[in-house]
Design a protein around this ligand. Structure first.
Ligand code: SF4
Length: 238
């Protein structure tokens, strides 16, 4: 069966176990998680060594009779009780034996070799302050910082110098500038899957009327929730 094109070990094992009740261990994501936690195995589950190791252990545990029920049960247990984020350890029948539970490693197992790719994002904030008021924009779009306020922003694929920002089309569409932008501060803000390279530029001029920006009195800023990185900037400069 496994010699057929497109049929990997998981599918072959599942077919022979569920359709023909052959004693073949089926190892899916749920099974990797349950076994790695109960037995405390930290070999990466996405490595060749890990696949071999977990398969061998699952085969060893498999009863000769009722293999299909066993496979089904362990998968079900992983999907409903030993879940990735909130496993039901308090009511788990394996709690006494479970290595991960006893060693406080429940959330550290299973291990994956390939880490989530961290994406670099460049945010160029336009800081426009005049007559005791500052220009802010409401973030109504989905994603991080939804419903918070921020400075009008130009997103770029690399860091922008003052000169490059001046020549940036998005910037030109946003601002009718009186003077070139002036870099005030650059910070790196790290999130779990994104590195935000943030530059704050002082701008002088007027914003294009099409955009829904608000002029907020500096005295009223506390009523406008902003991301922590902007709160720190405001505290330092205003
Ligand atoms: S004690 Fe928690 S981590 Fe261990 S097998 Fe049970 S549910 Fe999973």
């Amino acid at each position: 069966m496994i010699q057929l094109k497109g049929i990997g070990d998981y599918t072959a094992s599942a077919i022979s176990s569920f359709c023909f009740d052959e004693p073949r261990a089926v190892v899916d994501g749920n099974v990797y998680r349950v076994l790695s936690r109960i037995f405390g195995i930290d070999t990466p589950i996405d490595s060749t060594q890990g696949k071999k190791e977990f398969k061998a252990l699952a085969e060893e545990l498999l009863p000769q009779k009722h293999a299909a029920e066993f496979n089904q049960a362990i998968m079900e247990f992983g999907a409903t009780a030993c879940t990735p984020k909130k496993p039901l350890c308090a009511t788990c029948p394996f709690v006494q034996e479970c290595h991960a539970f006893r060693h406080n490693q429940v959330h550290a197992l299973p291990v994956k070799a390939k880490k989530t790719q961290v994406q670099d994002v460049h945010l160029n904030y336009l800081v426009h302050a005049k007559n005791g008021a500052i220009t802010l924009e409401h973030r109504s779009n989905e994603g991080i910082w939804k419903n918070l306020y921020q400075f009008p922003c130009v997103i770029s694929d690399k860091a922008l110098s003052e000169k490059r920002l001046s020549g940036n089309k998005e910037y030109q569409a946003l601002v009718k500038a009186k003077n070139p932008p002036e870099l005030m501060e650059a910070v790196l803000h790290k999130l779990s899957h994104r590195n935000l390279h943030i530059r704050f530029f002082k701008v002088e001029g007027t914003f294009n009327g099409k955009h829904q920006f608000e002029k907020v009195a500096l005295n009223d800023l506390s009523e406008y929730p902003v991301p922590i990185v902007i709160a720190r900037f405001l505290e330092k400069h205003f």
